[in-house]
Design a protein. Structure first.
Lengths: 332, 280
Protein backbone atom coordinates (compact mmCIF):
# COMPACT_ATOMS: atom_id res chain seq x y z
CA UNK A 1 0.00 0.00 0.00
CA UNK A 2 1.72 3.18 -1.09
CA UNK A 3 2.61 3.27 -4.76
CA UNK A 4 3.09 6.73 -6.20
CA UNK A 5 2.69 7.77 -9.81
CA UNK A 6 3.54 11.15 -11.26
CA UNK A 7 2.48 11.71 -14.84
CA UNK A 8 3.79 14.73 -16.68
CA UNK A 9 3.63 16.87 -13.57
CA UNK A 10 4.54 20.54 -13.99
CA UNK A 11 4.63 23.49 -11.64
CA UNK A 12 4.90 27.19 -12.40
CA UNK A 13 5.24 30.07 -9.99
CA UNK A 14 3.78 32.90 -12.03
CA UNK A 15 5.68 32.89 -15.30
CA UNK A 16 8.64 30.77 -14.13
CA UNK A 17 8.31 27.06 -14.71
CA UNK A 18 10.04 25.25 -11.87
CA UNK A 19 9.02 21.63 -12.57
CA UNK A 20 9.02 20.98 -16.30
CA UNK A 21 7.17 17.71 -16.77
CA UNK A 22 8.13 14.87 -14.46
CA UNK A 23 7.06 11.25 -15.01
CA UNK A 24 7.83 8.84 -12.23
CA UNK A 25 6.62 5.55 -10.78
CA UNK A 26 7.52 4.65 -7.22
CA UNK A 27 6.72 1.06 -6.27
CA UNK A 28 5.07 0.10 -3.02
CA UNK A 29 7.71 -0.27 -0.31
CA UNK A 30 10.44 1.38 -2.31
CA UNK A 31 12.98 3.83 -0.88
CA UNK A 32 13.24 6.52 -3.52
CA UNK A 33 15.70 9.40 -3.20
CA UNK A 34 15.49 12.70 -5.07
CA UNK A 35 18.86 14.32 -5.56
CA UNK A 36 19.96 17.34 -7.53
CA UNK A 37 21.68 20.68 -7.13
CA UNK A 38 20.16 23.44 -5.02
CA UNK A 39 17.15 25.06 -6.63
CA UNK A 40 16.41 22.22 -9.06
CA UNK A 41 12.93 21.73 -7.61
CA UNK A 42 13.30 18.76 -5.24
CA UNK A 43 11.39 20.36 -2.39
CA UNK A 44 8.75 21.71 -4.73
CA UNK A 45 8.15 18.26 -6.19
CA UNK A 46 7.94 16.74 -2.70
CA UNK A 47 5.49 19.42 -1.56
CA UNK A 48 3.35 18.71 -4.61
CA UNK A 49 3.25 15.03 -3.67
CA UNK A 50 2.26 16.07 -0.15
CA UNK A 51 -0.45 18.39 -1.43
CA UNK A 52 1.14 21.51 0.02
CA UNK A 53 1.56 23.01 -3.46
CA UNK A 54 -1.00 22.87 -6.25
CA UNK A 55 -0.05 20.95 -9.35
CA UNK A 56 -0.05 23.26 -12.38
CA UNK A 57 -0.57 20.41 -14.85
CA UNK A 58 -0.35 16.62 -14.81
CA UNK A 59 -1.50 14.06 -12.28
CA UNK A 60 -0.31 12.84 -8.91
CA UNK A 61 -1.72 9.44 -7.97
CA UNK A 62 -1.30 7.43 -4.79
CA UNK A 63 -2.25 3.76 -5.07
CA UNK A 64 -3.83 4.47 -8.42
CA UNK A 65 -6.18 7.15 -7.14
CA UNK A 66 -5.69 10.67 -8.46
CA UNK A 67 -5.06 12.95 -5.49
CA UNK A 68 -4.48 16.31 -7.20
CA UNK A 69 -7.32 17.89 -5.25
CA UNK A 70 -7.07 15.87 -2.04
CA UNK A 71 -5.95 17.98 0.94
CA UNK A 72 -2.66 16.90 2.55
CA UNK A 73 -4.27 15.46 5.68
CA UNK A 74 -6.31 12.98 3.60
CA UNK A 75 -3.50 11.70 1.44
CA UNK A 76 -2.31 9.33 4.19
CA UNK A 77 1.20 10.69 4.02
CA UNK A 78 3.62 11.91 6.66
CA UNK A 79 6.39 14.40 6.18
CA UNK A 80 9.63 15.08 8.03
CA UNK A 81 11.08 18.55 7.55
CA UNK A 82 14.63 19.86 7.58
CA UNK A 83 13.73 22.34 10.34
CA UNK A 84 11.93 19.62 12.40
CA UNK A 85 8.77 21.79 12.54
CA UNK A 86 7.63 20.49 15.92
CA UNK A 87 4.72 22.33 17.51
CA UNK A 88 6.41 24.50 20.15
CA UNK A 89 3.40 24.61 22.48
CA UNK A 90 2.87 20.84 22.69
CA UNK A 91 4.77 18.13 24.53
CA UNK A 92 6.53 15.43 22.57
CA UNK A 93 3.61 13.07 23.26
CA UNK A 94 1.06 15.57 21.99
CA UNK A 95 3.23 16.46 19.02
CA UNK A 96 3.32 12.83 18.01
CA UNK A 97 -0.36 12.22 18.64
CA UNK A 98 -1.82 15.33 17.03
CA UNK A 99 -2.53 13.87 13.60
CA UNK A 100 -4.43 10.93 15.07
CA UNK A 101 -6.31 13.24 17.41
CA UNK A 102 -7.34 15.40 14.45
CA UNK A 103 -8.52 12.27 12.67
CA UNK A 104 -10.74 11.45 15.65
CA UNK A 105 -8.90 8.35 16.84
CA UNK A 106 -9.88 7.23 20.39
CA UNK A 107 -7.49 8.40 23.12
CA UNK A 108 -6.37 4.93 24.19
CA UNK A 109 -5.45 4.04 20.63
CA UNK A 110 -3.45 7.26 20.22
CA UNK A 111 -1.54 6.59 23.43
CA UNK A 112 -0.77 3.07 22.22
CA UNK A 113 0.42 4.27 18.81
CA UNK A 114 2.59 6.97 20.38
CA UNK A 115 4.09 4.50 22.84
CA UNK A 116 4.90 2.05 20.08
CA UNK A 117 6.59 4.71 17.94
CA UNK A 118 8.42 6.09 20.98
CA UNK A 119 9.70 2.62 21.84
CA UNK A 120 10.84 2.15 18.30
CA UNK A 121 12.93 5.35 18.34
CA UNK A 122 13.86 5.27 22.07
CA UNK A 123 11.92 8.42 22.78
CA UNK A 124 10.20 7.23 26.00
CA UNK A 125 12.20 9.46 28.38
CA UNK A 126 11.36 12.53 26.30
CA UNK A 127 7.61 12.14 26.00
CA UNK A 128 6.67 14.78 28.57
CA UNK A 129 9.15 17.42 27.37
CA UNK A 130 8.53 20.31 25.06
CA UNK A 131 10.50 20.77 21.82
CA UNK A 132 12.49 23.67 23.30
CA UNK A 133 13.90 21.25 25.89
CA UNK A 134 15.35 18.87 23.29
CA UNK A 135 18.63 18.79 21.39
CA UNK A 136 18.65 19.01 17.61
CA UNK A 137 19.10 15.26 17.18
CA UNK A 138 16.31 14.50 19.64
CA UNK A 139 14.02 16.93 17.86
CA UNK A 140 14.60 15.22 14.55
CA UNK A 141 13.93 11.80 16.12
CA UNK A 142 10.66 13.18 17.51
CA UNK A 143 9.78 14.53 14.07
CA UNK A 144 10.44 11.07 12.60
CA UNK A 145 8.39 9.55 15.43
CA UNK A 146 5.53 11.90 14.63
CA UNK A 147 5.59 10.60 11.06
CA UNK A 148 5.71 6.95 12.19
CA UNK A 149 2.72 7.27 14.52
CA UNK A 150 0.35 7.93 11.63
CA UNK A 151 1.24 4.70 9.80
CA UNK A 152 1.14 6.57 6.49
CA UNK A 153 1.15 5.02 3.04
CA UNK A 154 3.95 7.31 2.07
CA UNK A 155 6.78 8.87 4.08
CA UNK A 156 8.19 12.11 2.71
CA UNK A 157 11.53 13.42 3.98
CA UNK A 158 12.88 16.84 2.98
CA UNK A 159 16.59 16.92 3.83
CA UNK A 160 15.91 15.63 7.34
CA UNK A 161 19.57 15.34 8.30
CA UNK A 162 21.10 18.53 7.01
CA UNK A 163 20.75 20.42 10.32
CA UNK A 164 22.53 17.66 12.27
CA UNK A 165 26.25 17.31 12.91
CA UNK A 166 28.24 14.62 11.12
CA UNK A 167 28.13 11.87 13.78
CA UNK A 168 24.44 12.34 14.43
CA UNK A 169 23.77 12.35 10.73
CA UNK A 170 25.27 8.86 10.36
CA UNK A 171 23.24 7.54 13.34
CA UNK A 172 19.98 9.02 12.13
CA UNK A 173 20.65 7.77 8.61
CA UNK A 174 21.03 4.25 9.96
CA UNK A 175 17.86 4.75 11.99
CA UNK A 176 15.92 5.75 8.88
CA UNK A 177 17.27 2.74 6.97
CA UNK A 178 16.14 0.47 9.82
CA UNK A 179 12.75 2.20 9.83
CA UNK A 180 12.35 1.45 6.16
CA UNK A 181 13.30 -2.21 6.60
CA UNK A 182 10.94 -2.77 9.51
CA UNK A 183 7.92 -0.73 8.40
CA UNK A 184 8.24 -1.77 4.75
CA UNK A 185 6.66 1.56 3.87
CA UNK A 186 7.20 3.61 0.75
CA UNK A 187 9.63 6.45 1.40
CA UNK A 188 10.57 9.44 -0.69
CA UNK A 189 13.62 11.23 0.51
CA UNK A 190 15.08 14.52 -0.70
CA UNK A 191 18.74 15.28 -0.18
CA UNK A 192 21.66 16.85 -1.90
CA UNK A 193 24.12 14.69 -0.01
CA UNK A 194 25.06 11.88 -2.34
CA UNK A 195 26.34 9.65 0.44
CA UNK A 196 22.81 9.67 1.88
CA UNK A 197 21.41 9.04 -1.58
CA UNK A 198 23.76 6.15 -2.37
CA UNK A 199 23.44 4.45 1.03
CA UNK A 200 19.69 4.72 1.54
CA UNK A 201 18.13 4.47 -1.88
CA UNK A 202 16.63 1.54 -3.70
CA UNK A 203 16.30 3.94 -6.57
CA UNK A 204 17.66 7.43 -7.12
CA UNK A 205 15.94 10.12 -9.15
CA UNK A 206 18.43 12.73 -10.31
CA UNK A 207 16.74 16.06 -10.99
CA UNK A 208 18.24 18.86 -13.00
CA UNK A 209 16.50 22.21 -13.48
CA UNK A 210 13.00 20.78 -13.06
CA UNK A 211 13.50 17.68 -15.21
CA UNK A 212 14.40 14.10 -14.41
CA UNK A 213 17.95 13.59 -15.63
CA UNK A 214 18.01 9.86 -14.86
CA UNK A 215 16.30 7.29 -12.66
CA UNK A 216 18.03 4.14 -11.48
CA UNK A 217 19.53 2.08 -8.68
CA UNK A 218 22.57 3.74 -7.07
CA UNK A 219 25.13 1.51 -8.78
CA UNK A 220 23.30 1.82 -12.09
CA UNK A 221 23.74 5.58 -11.99
CA UNK A 222 27.36 5.17 -10.98
CA UNK A 223 28.25 2.57 -13.58
CA UNK A 224 25.97 3.64 -16.38
CA UNK A 225 25.19 7.38 -16.34
CA UNK A 226 22.95 8.54 -19.16
CA UNK A 227 24.43 12.02 -19.50
CA UNK A 228 27.21 14.29 -18.33
CA UNK A 229 25.01 15.81 -15.63
CA UNK A 230 24.38 12.51 -13.86
CA UNK A 231 27.97 11.40 -14.47
CA UNK A 232 29.24 14.57 -12.80
CA UNK A 233 26.68 14.58 -10.00
CA UNK A 234 27.05 11.00 -8.78
CA UNK A 235 30.39 10.00 -7.36
CA UNK A 236 32.87 11.88 -5.23
CA UNK A 237 35.37 13.28 -6.11
CA UNK A 238 33.61 14.34 -9.29
CA UNK A 239 34.17 12.55 -12.60
CA UNK A 240 36.84 14.03 -14.89
CA UNK A 241 35.67 15.30 -18.25
CA UNK A 242 38.28 15.25 -21.00
CA UNK A 243 38.03 16.82 -24.42
CA UNK A 244 37.35 14.05 -26.94
CA UNK A 245 38.83 15.89 -29.92
CA UNK A 246 42.22 16.30 -28.26
CA UNK A 247 42.34 12.53 -27.65
CA UNK A 248 41.46 11.74 -31.28
CA UNK A 249 37.97 10.47 -30.43
CA UNK A 250 34.72 11.08 -32.31
CA UNK A 251 32.99 11.83 -29.02
CA UNK A 252 32.75 15.39 -27.68
CA UNK A 253 33.60 14.40 -24.11
CA UNK A 254 35.28 11.49 -22.40
CA UNK A 255 34.28 10.95 -18.81
CA UNK A 256 36.48 9.00 -16.43
CA UNK A 257 36.14 8.63 -12.68
CA UNK A 258 39.13 9.69 -10.55
CA UNK A 259 39.62 6.08 -9.40
CA UNK A 260 39.89 4.88 -13.01
CA UNK A 261 42.60 7.27 -14.05
CA UNK A 262 46.07 5.75 -13.81
CA UNK A 263 48.99 7.91 -12.84
CA UNK A 264 52.60 7.17 -13.69
CA UNK A 265 55.95 8.98 -13.53
CA UNK A 266 57.25 7.30 -16.68
CA UNK A 267 54.65 6.95 -19.39
CA UNK A 268 50.99 7.50 -20.26
CA UNK A 269 48.47 9.13 -22.64
CA UNK A 270 48.28 12.60 -21.17
CA UNK A 271 51.19 14.63 -19.80
CA UNK A 272 50.68 17.04 -16.92
CA UNK A 273 52.09 18.46 -13.69
CA UNK A 274 50.80 17.90 -10.19
CA UNK A 275 49.21 21.02 -8.76
CA UNK A 276 47.92 19.70 -5.42
CA UNK A 277 47.95 16.51 -3.34
CA UNK A 278 45.44 15.60 -0.62
CA UNK A 279 46.39 12.88 1.86
CA UNK A 280 43.25 11.46 3.45
CA UNK A 281 44.87 8.47 5.11
CA UNK A 282 43.03 5.63 3.41
CA UNK A 283 43.26 7.33 0.07
CA UNK A 284 45.19 10.05 -1.72
CA UNK A 285 43.74 12.54 -4.17
CA UNK A 286 46.18 13.96 -6.71
CA UNK A 287 45.18 16.98 -8.78
CA UNK A 288 47.03 17.18 -12.07
CA UNK A 289 47.06 20.12 -14.43
CA UNK A 290 46.99 19.05 -18.07
CA UNK A 291 46.69 20.72 -21.45
CA UNK A 292 44.07 21.10 -22.83
CA UNK A 293 41.85 19.25 -20.34
CA UNK A 294 42.50 21.47 -17.32
CA UNK A 295 42.62 20.13 -13.77
CA UNK A 296 42.07 16.37 -13.49
CA UNK A 297 41.60 14.41 -10.27
CA UNK A 298 43.24 11.05 -9.63
CA UNK A 299 42.06 9.00 -6.68
CA UNK A 300 44.62 6.55 -5.32
CA UNK A 301 44.07 4.06 -2.53
CA UNK A 302 46.63 3.93 0.24
CA UNK A 303 49.48 6.35 0.77
CA UNK A 304 51.56 7.74 -2.07
CA UNK A 305 54.47 10.16 -2.16
CA UNK A 306 53.65 12.35 -5.14
CA UNK A 307 54.71 15.96 -4.67
CA UNK A 308 53.50 19.24 -6.11
CA UNK A 309 55.07 20.38 -9.42
CA UNK A 310 56.18 16.85 -10.31
CA UNK A 311 55.65 15.98 -14.02
CA UNK A 312 53.42 12.90 -14.44
CA UNK A 313 51.46 10.97 -17.08
CA UNK A 314 47.81 9.98 -16.88
CA UNK A 315 46.03 7.12 -18.67
CA UNK A 316 42.26 6.58 -18.57
CA UNK A 317 41.25 2.93 -18.10
CA UNK A 318 39.68 2.21 -21.55
CA UNK A 319 37.14 -0.26 -20.09
CA UNK A 320 35.79 2.27 -17.55
CA UNK A 321 35.52 5.35 -19.75
CA UNK A 322 32.22 6.99 -20.75
CA UNK A 323 31.73 8.81 -24.05
CA UNK A 324 29.27 11.68 -24.44
CA UNK A 325 28.09 13.56 -27.53
CA UNK A 326 27.96 17.33 -27.85
CA UNK A 327 24.52 17.50 -26.13
CA UNK A 328 26.00 15.74 -23.12
CA UNK A 329 24.16 12.48 -23.88
CA UNK A 330 25.89 9.16 -23.50
CA UNK A 331 27.13 7.46 -26.69
CA UNK A 332 26.74 3.72 -26.39
CA UNK B 1 41.47 43.06 24.35
CA UNK B 2 41.04 45.17 27.48
CA UNK B 3 41.12 48.29 25.35
CA UNK B 4 38.20 47.09 23.30
CA UNK B 5 36.33 46.22 26.46
CA UNK B 6 36.89 49.76 27.71
CA UNK B 7 35.70 51.45 24.52
CA UNK B 8 32.52 49.38 24.54
CA UNK B 9 32.17 50.42 28.18
CA UNK B 10 32.41 54.06 27.12
CA UNK B 11 29.93 53.47 24.37
CA UNK B 12 27.46 51.85 26.75
CA UNK B 13 27.88 54.80 29.09
CA UNK B 14 27.15 57.28 26.29
CA UNK B 15 24.12 55.28 25.19
CA UNK B 16 22.81 55.23 28.73
CA UNK B 17 23.39 58.96 29.14
CA UNK B 18 21.42 59.69 25.96
CA UNK B 19 18.62 57.36 27.00
CA UNK B 20 18.50 58.89 30.48
CA UNK B 21 18.28 62.42 29.08
CA UNK B 22 15.54 61.34 26.73
CA UNK B 23 13.66 59.68 29.57
CA UNK B 24 13.86 62.84 31.67
CA UNK B 25 12.62 65.01 28.80
CA UNK B 26 9.79 62.61 28.00
CA UNK B 27 8.69 62.19 31.58
CA UNK B 28 9.00 65.84 32.62
CA UNK B 29 5.51 66.99 31.51
CA UNK B 30 3.95 63.93 33.13
CA UNK B 31 5.90 64.64 36.30
CA UNK B 32 4.75 68.28 36.36
CA UNK B 33 1.13 67.23 35.87
CA UNK B 34 1.29 64.67 38.64
CA UNK B 35 2.95 66.93 41.24
CA UNK B 36 0.75 69.89 40.49
CA UNK B 37 -2.42 67.84 40.68
CA UNK B 38 -1.71 67.48 44.39
CA UNK B 39 -1.18 71.18 45.13
CA UNK B 40 -3.45 74.07 45.92
CA UNK B 41 -4.39 76.43 43.14
CA UNK B 42 -2.19 79.29 44.39
CA UNK B 43 0.84 77.04 44.69
CA UNK B 44 0.37 75.72 41.16
CA UNK B 45 0.88 79.21 39.80
CA UNK B 46 3.50 80.40 42.25
CA UNK B 47 5.84 77.42 42.26
CA UNK B 48 4.83 75.16 39.39
CA UNK B 49 7.99 73.07 39.67
CA UNK B 50 8.16 72.55 43.43
CA UNK B 51 7.07 69.29 44.98
CA UNK B 52 3.86 69.30 47.02
CA UNK B 53 4.91 70.10 50.61
CA UNK B 54 3.07 70.48 53.94
CA UNK B 55 2.01 74.02 53.02
CA UNK B 56 0.98 73.36 49.44
CA UNK B 57 -0.43 69.82 49.54
CA UNK B 58 -4.08 69.82 48.55
CA UNK B 59 -6.29 67.14 47.04
CA UNK B 60 -9.06 69.54 46.09
CA UNK B 61 -8.58 68.69 42.41
CA UNK B 62 -9.24 64.99 42.99
CA UNK B 63 -12.24 65.80 45.18
CA UNK B 64 -13.74 67.98 42.45
CA UNK B 65 -13.15 65.33 39.82
CA UNK B 66 -14.67 62.54 41.84
CA UNK B 67 -17.70 64.60 42.95
CA UNK B 68 -18.47 66.57 39.83
CA UNK B 69 -19.44 64.89 36.66
CA UNK B 70 -19.39 61.20 36.15
CA UNK B 71 -15.76 60.31 36.14
CA UNK B 72 -16.00 56.60 36.98
CA UNK B 73 -18.39 56.28 34.04
CA UNK B 74 -16.04 58.22 31.75
CA UNK B 75 -13.21 55.93 32.76
CA UNK B 76 -15.31 52.91 32.06
CA UNK B 77 -16.26 54.30 28.63
CA UNK B 78 -12.65 55.02 27.72
CA UNK B 79 -11.60 51.60 28.87
CA UNK B 80 -14.33 49.83 26.91
CA UNK B 81 -13.57 51.78 23.76
CA UNK B 82 -9.82 51.23 24.02
CA UNK B 83 -9.88 47.56 24.94
CA UNK B 84 -12.54 46.53 22.43
CA UNK B 85 -10.93 48.55 19.63
CA UNK B 86 -7.56 47.01 20.41
CA UNK B 87 -9.04 43.53 20.40
CA UNK B 88 -10.62 44.16 16.99
CA UNK B 89 -7.47 45.75 15.58
CA UNK B 90 -5.33 42.83 16.70
CA UNK B 91 -7.78 40.15 15.59
CA UNK B 92 -8.71 41.54 12.18
CA UNK B 93 -5.26 43.02 11.54
CA UNK B 94 -3.61 39.68 12.25
CA UNK B 95 -6.10 37.80 10.11
CA UNK B 96 -5.60 40.13 7.16
CA UNK B 97 -1.84 39.99 7.64
CA UNK B 98 -1.93 36.18 7.67
CA UNK B 99 -3.94 36.07 4.45
CA UNK B 100 -1.61 38.54 2.75
CA UNK B 101 1.58 36.80 3.83
CA UNK B 102 0.45 33.18 3.51
CA UNK B 103 -1.74 32.86 0.44
CA UNK B 104 -0.84 33.53 -3.16
CA UNK B 105 -3.83 35.09 -4.88
CA UNK B 106 -4.43 37.60 -7.63
CA UNK B 107 -4.19 41.16 -6.34
CA UNK B 108 -2.31 40.18 -3.19
CA UNK B 109 0.26 42.98 -3.46
CA UNK B 110 -2.37 45.51 -4.47
CA UNK B 111 -4.52 44.57 -1.51
CA UNK B 112 -1.53 44.94 0.81
CA UNK B 113 -0.79 48.40 -0.58
CA UNK B 114 -4.42 49.41 -0.27
CA UNK B 115 -4.49 48.37 3.37
CA UNK B 116 -1.20 50.13 4.06
CA UNK B 117 -2.46 53.36 2.48
CA UNK B 118 -4.39 54.05 5.67
CA UNK B 119 -1.10 54.61 7.50
CA UNK B 120 -0.40 57.65 5.35
CA UNK B 121 -3.88 59.16 5.06
CA UNK B 122 -5.25 60.47 8.36
CA UNK B 123 -8.71 59.13 9.10
CA UNK B 124 -9.81 62.58 10.30
CA UNK B 125 -9.97 63.75 6.68
CA UNK B 126 -13.09 61.64 6.43
CA UNK B 127 -14.74 63.01 9.54
CA UNK B 128 -17.72 64.55 7.76
CA UNK B 129 -18.42 61.39 5.81
CA UNK B 130 -18.00 59.29 8.94
CA UNK B 131 -20.40 61.50 10.85
CA UNK B 132 -22.99 61.26 8.05
CA UNK B 133 -22.53 57.50 8.01
CA UNK B 134 -22.98 57.22 11.77
CA UNK B 135 -26.06 59.43 11.72
CA UNK B 136 -27.55 57.35 8.92
CA UNK B 137 -26.78 54.16 10.82
CA UNK B 138 -28.17 55.60 14.04
CA UNK B 139 -24.88 55.05 15.81
CA UNK B 140 -24.21 58.58 17.05
CA UNK B 141 -23.68 58.79 20.79
CA UNK B 142 -22.77 55.14 21.10
CA UNK B 143 -19.44 53.66 22.12
CA UNK B 144 -19.76 51.32 19.16
CA UNK B 145 -19.35 54.25 16.76
CA UNK B 146 -16.01 55.09 18.39
CA UNK B 147 -14.94 51.45 18.37
CA UNK B 148 -15.65 51.17 14.64
CA UNK B 149 -13.70 54.31 13.82
CA UNK B 150 -10.71 53.37 15.97
CA UNK B 151 -10.63 49.86 14.57
CA UNK B 152 -10.51 51.28 11.05
CA UNK B 153 -7.83 53.72 12.16
CA UNK B 154 -5.61 51.02 13.72
CA UNK B 155 -5.86 48.23 11.17
CA UNK B 156 -3.47 49.61 8.49
CA UNK B 157 -0.48 49.77 10.82
CA UNK B 158 -1.38 46.40 12.34
CA UNK B 159 -1.55 44.73 8.93
CA UNK B 160 1.68 46.34 7.84
CA UNK B 161 3.70 45.30 10.90
CA UNK B 162 2.13 41.88 11.38
CA UNK B 163 2.37 40.74 7.76
CA UNK B 164 6.12 41.40 7.81
CA UNK B 165 6.44 39.33 10.98
CA UNK B 166 4.24 36.53 9.73
CA UNK B 167 6.46 36.08 6.71
CA UNK B 168 9.18 35.01 9.14
CA UNK B 169 7.14 32.19 10.67
CA UNK B 170 8.52 28.87 9.42
CA UNK B 171 6.64 27.45 6.43
CA UNK B 172 7.56 23.98 7.57
CA UNK B 173 5.64 24.46 10.81
CA UNK B 174 2.48 25.54 9.03
CA UNK B 175 2.87 22.72 6.52
CA UNK B 176 3.33 20.18 9.31
CA UNK B 177 0.04 21.42 10.72
CA UNK B 178 -1.66 21.04 7.36
CA UNK B 179 -0.41 17.48 6.98
CA UNK B 180 -1.61 16.65 10.49
CA UNK B 181 -5.05 17.91 9.54
CA UNK B 182 -5.23 21.23 11.38
CA UNK B 183 -7.61 23.74 9.84
CA UNK B 184 -6.26 27.05 8.59
CA UNK B 185 -7.92 28.69 11.61
CA UNK B 186 -6.16 26.36 14.04
CA UNK B 187 -2.87 26.96 12.24
CA UNK B 188 -3.42 30.69 12.54
CA UNK B 189 -4.52 30.73 16.17
CA UNK B 190 -2.36 28.00 17.71
CA UNK B 191 0.81 28.04 15.60
CA UNK B 192 1.26 31.48 14.05
CA UNK B 193 -0.21 33.91 16.59
CA UNK B 194 1.89 32.74 19.56
CA UNK B 195 5.04 33.15 17.46
CA UNK B 196 4.23 36.76 16.50
CA UNK B 197 3.22 37.76 20.03
CA UNK B 198 6.00 40.37 20.39
CA UNK B 199 4.79 42.03 17.19
CA UNK B 200 1.21 41.94 18.46
CA UNK B 201 2.33 43.68 21.65
CA UNK B 202 4.13 46.33 19.61
CA UNK B 203 1.01 46.97 17.56
CA UNK B 204 -1.10 47.09 20.72
CA UNK B 205 1.13 49.71 22.32
CA UNK B 206 1.29 51.84 19.19
CA UNK B 207 -2.48 51.70 18.65
CA UNK B 208 -3.57 52.12 22.26
CA UNK B 209 -2.21 55.57 23.10
CA UNK B 210 -3.86 57.53 20.25
CA UNK B 211 -7.19 55.85 21.00
CA UNK B 212 -7.08 56.60 24.72
CA UNK B 213 -6.00 60.21 24.17
CA UNK B 214 -8.33 61.03 21.30
CA UNK B 215 -10.59 64.03 21.76
CA UNK B 216 -11.75 64.54 18.18
CA UNK B 217 -14.04 61.61 17.55
CA UNK B 218 -15.63 61.48 21.03
CA UNK B 219 -16.44 65.18 20.64
CA UNK B 220 -18.01 64.68 17.22
CA UNK B 221 -19.52 61.22 17.37
CA UNK B 222 -20.32 60.65 21.04
CA UNK B 223 -20.57 63.84 23.09
CA UNK B 224 -23.54 62.69 25.19
CA UNK B 225 -23.02 62.44 28.95
CA UNK B 226 -23.54 58.66 29.13
CA UNK B 227 -20.87 57.87 26.51
CA UNK B 228 -18.25 60.53 27.28
CA UNK B 229 -14.64 59.39 27.43
CA UNK B 230 -12.13 60.64 30.01
CA UNK B 231 -10.40 63.06 27.66
CA UNK B 232 -13.72 64.59 26.71
CA UNK B 233 -14.89 64.60 30.33
CA UNK B 234 -11.81 66.50 31.46
CA UNK B 235 -12.68 69.27 29.01
CA UNK B 236 -15.53 70.50 31.20
CA UNK B 237 -13.01 71.99 33.62
CA UNK B 238 -11.47 74.01 30.81
CA UNK B 239 -13.80 77.01 30.59
CA UNK B 240 -13.63 79.89 28.18
CA UNK B 241 -12.98 82.34 31.06
CA UNK B 242 -12.08 80.26 34.12
CA UNK B 243 -10.20 77.02 34.10
CA UNK B 244 -10.22 74.76 37.13
CA UNK B 245 -6.57 73.74 36.90
CA UNK B 246 -6.72 71.54 39.99
CA UNK B 247 -9.45 69.46 38.44
CA UNK B 248 -7.87 69.36 34.99
CA UNK B 249 -4.55 68.18 36.36
CA UNK B 250 -6.20 65.68 38.68
CA UNK B 251 -8.30 64.18 35.89
CA UNK B 252 -5.25 63.94 33.63
CA UNK B 253 -3.30 62.25 36.42
CA UNK B 254 -6.08 59.74 36.87
CA UNK B 255 -6.27 59.21 33.12
CA UNK B 256 -2.63 58.15 33.03
CA UNK B 257 -3.16 55.20 35.37
CA UNK B 258 -5.21 52.76 33.25
CA UNK B 259 -3.16 53.34 30.13
CA UNK B 260 -0.01 52.79 32.17
CA UNK B 261 -1.37 49.46 33.40
CA UNK B 262 -2.24 48.37 29.86
CA UNK B 263 1.18 49.43 28.69
CA UNK B 264 2.90 47.41 31.39
CA UNK B 265 0.90 44.34 30.43
CA UNK B 266 1.83 44.61 26.76
CA UNK B 267 5.44 45.53 27.30
CA UNK B 268 5.93 42.47 29.50
CA UNK B 269 4.62 40.37 26.62
CA UNK B 270 6.98 42.22 24.36
CA UNK B 271 10.04 41.57 26.49
CA UNK B 272 9.09 37.96 27.13
CA UNK B 273 8.72 37.42 23.40
CA UNK B 274 12.09 38.95 22.64
CA UNK B 275 14.02 37.07 25.31
CA UNK B 276 12.36 33.72 24.59
CA UNK B 277 13.44 34.12 20.97
CA UNK B 278 16.98 34.92 22.03
CA UNK B 279 17.36 31.99 24.38
CA UNK B 280 15.99 29.42 21.97
N1 LIG C 1 6.89 30.18 -3.57
C1 LIG C 1 7.74 30.31 -4.59
N2 LIG C 1 7.60 31.32 -5.48
C2 LIG C 1 8.44 31.45 -6.51
N3 LIG C 1 9.46 30.62 -6.76
C3 LIG C 1 9.67 29.60 -5.93
C4 LIG C 1 8.81 29.38 -4.80
N4 LIG C 1 9.25 28.28 -4.15
C5 LIG C 1 10.32 27.84 -4.83
N5 LIG C 1 10.57 28.62 -5.91
C6 LIG C 1 11.65 28.43 -6.89
O1 LIG C 1 11.58 27.11 -7.35
C7 LIG C 1 12.87 26.57 -7.55
C8 LIG C 1 12.97 25.23 -6.87
O2 LIG C 1 12.88 25.42 -5.47
P1 LIG C 1 13.01 24.21 -4.47
O3 LIG C 1 12.81 24.74 -3.12
O4 LIG C 1 12.13 23.11 -4.91
O5 LIG C 1 14.53 23.81 -4.67
P2 LIG C 1 15.32 22.59 -4.01
O6 LIG C 1 15.68 21.68 -5.11
O7 LIG C 1 14.57 22.03 -2.87
O8 LIG C 1 16.63 23.32 -3.52
P3 LIG C 1 17.44 23.12 -2.14
O9 LIG C 1 18.33 21.96 -2.34
O10 LIG C 1 18.20 24.40 -2.03
O11 LIG C 1 16.43 22.94 -1.04
C9 LIG C 1 13.85 27.60 -7.04
O12 LIG C 1 14.44 28.23 -8.16
C10 LIG C 1 13.01 28.56 -6.27
O13 LIG C 1 13.51 29.87 -6.42
MG1 LIG D 1 14.74 22.09 -0.71
Amino acid sequence: MGALTLSNVTKSFGATEVIKGVDLEVQDGEFCVFVGPSGCGKSTLLRMIAGLEDVTAGDVSIDGARVNLTPPARREIAMVFQSYALYPHLTVRDNMGLALKQAGTPKAEIAQAVDRAAGFLSLEPLLTRRPSELSGGQRQRVAIGRAVVRRPKLFLFDEPLSNLDAALRVNTRIEIARLHRELKATMIYVTHDQVEAMTLADRIVVLNAGRVAQVGAPMELYNDPANTFVAGFIGSPQMNFLKGGALGLAAETLGIRPEHLEISRETGDIAGTISHVEHLGGETNVYVHTEPHGLLTVRLFGEHNFVVAEPVYLSPDPTRRFLFDKDGLRMR
Amino acid sequence: MSKRARTSHGRALAAHAILLIYTVIALFPVFVIVINSMKSRREIFRHPLSLPGPGSFDLVGFQTVLQQGNFPLYFWNSLVVTVVSLAFILLFGAMAAFALSEYRFRGNTLMGLYLALGIMIPIRLGTVAILKLMVAAGLTNTLFALILVYTAQGIPLAVFILSEFMKTVSDDLKNAGRIDGLSEYRIFFTLVLPLVRPAMATVAVFSMIPIWNDLWFPLILAPAESVKTVTLGAQMFLGQFVTNWNAVLASLTLAIVPVLVLYLVFSRQLIRGITSGAVK
